[in-house]
Design a protein around this ligand. Structure first.
Ligand code: BTN
Length: 330
């Protein structure tokens, strides 16, 4: 840690070089931060080894700038990219699943608020036991939270994350993103992101909660009814900018203390298909996406516990996520 706003040496060097209009020497960087020139040199070497284009000569260190945007062409998710919040960020270039890394952190007693990201995942997990294709260029992360609330209130967090991600994806891609019950985000009728929630309770209280989200950003999408942000925007986009934007929305929602009814209304206003007729199919182990339809109903939105409300004749059914799939038919 250097004396400069409690940044790590890497975060500090990065910040200074990015802001600088001229080369900066190890001596002056060290002096300003109250650390040795050797500590700065180690920080620079660490950054170079991680892929940053930093050069050094007798005039000092400089970071290579991209002529067009005046910023270096990088889209790194390393913890030191997040400056003062660095301690909350954990990054794996490649891992099996960020859900597993979150679990390990939680079991070691990590505090809530951790953000676990990965460049690629070898066994990315989707809902209902499906895989989540996790090739380079996508954004894959898990939020570890310890809300200490009753287990039944966990849905508040997935509803908020979906709202936050929907807004951020819409902003960066320039297209309107919509929610689909239970945990998906769609743009122009193609899936762009999905959320997976894992709960760990103690008695009736949540011990910890992990919320994983995968967003197609620059990665090739695995199937035709999916889309990525780059295709929508017509250019590659920064995963880091998108992550920051999601986290900003997420923090604002968490801090807002929004009442449950209002949160549901907000969610339903952003959700596709309300008022449409859907075919309802129970998910079975062999058909996690639901097989033969088990009836139809009119989709009315979600309730606060994340259940879909379906009008079937004169009755309103409440359907738990994971148990059924809905397919719009009219
Ligand atoms: C779905 O739509 O089925 C949910 C997909 C969730 C994927 C994310 S990627 C980050 C986190 N790690 C995982 O293994 N899964 C979630």
């Amino acid at each position: 840690m250097v004396n400069h706003n409690k940044l790590s040496t890497k975060a500090y060097v990065l910040k200074r070089l990015r802001e600088a209009e001229r080369p900066l020497t190890g001596n002056e960087l060290g002096k300003d931060a109250g650390v040795s020139r050797v500590a700065i040199w180690k920080g620079v070497h660490g950054l170079q080894a991680s892929g940053y284009s930093i050069t050094g000569d007798e005039a000092g260190y400089r970071i290579k700038k991209d002529a067009a945007s005046d910023s270096e062409p990088s889209d790194f998710l390393y913890p030191w990219e997040f400056a003062e919040r660095e301690g909350n960020f954990h990054y794996w270039e490649n891992t099996d699943s960020t859900m597993n890394r979150a679990r390990e952190l939680a079991e070691k007693g990590a505090a809530g608020g951790a953000v676990i990201t990965a460049g690629t995942q070898t066994t990315g997990r989707g809902r209902n036991g499906r895989p989540w294709a996790s090739r380079a260029g996508g954004l894959f992360f898990t939020l570890l939270e310890r809300p200490g609330c009753p287990v039944i209130d966990y849905t508040r967090y997935s509803l908020m994350l979906l709202l936050a991600a929907r807004k951020a994806i819409g902003n960066v891609s320039g297209k309107k993103a919509r929610l689909r019950w239970p945990n998906d985000i769609y743009v122009e009728n193609r899936k762009i992101a999905g959320v997976l929630t894992e709960l760990h309770g103690e008695g009736d209280r949540l011990k910890w909660l992990s919320l994983g989200i995968g967003v197609n950003v620059n990665n090739p999408v695995p199937v035709r009814n999916m889309v990525n942000c780059a295709e929508l925007a017509g250019r590659p986009l920064s995963r880091r900018e998108l992550l920051l934007s999601i986290l900003e929305e997420w923090s604002a929602l968490k801090a807002s203390d929004i009442p449950p009814g209002e949160l549901c209304r907000l969610w339903n206003r952003s959700c596709d298909g309300i008022g449409r007729t859907v075919a309802l199919a129970r998910n079975r182990a062999e058909e996690p996406e639901g097989g033969q339809p088990d009836g139809t109903g009119v989709f009315l939105g979600t309730d606060f516990s994340g259940r879909a409300l379906l009008r079937c004749g004169k009755t309103i059914k409440r359907l738990a996520p994971g148990k059924v799939s809905l397919r719009y038919i009219r």
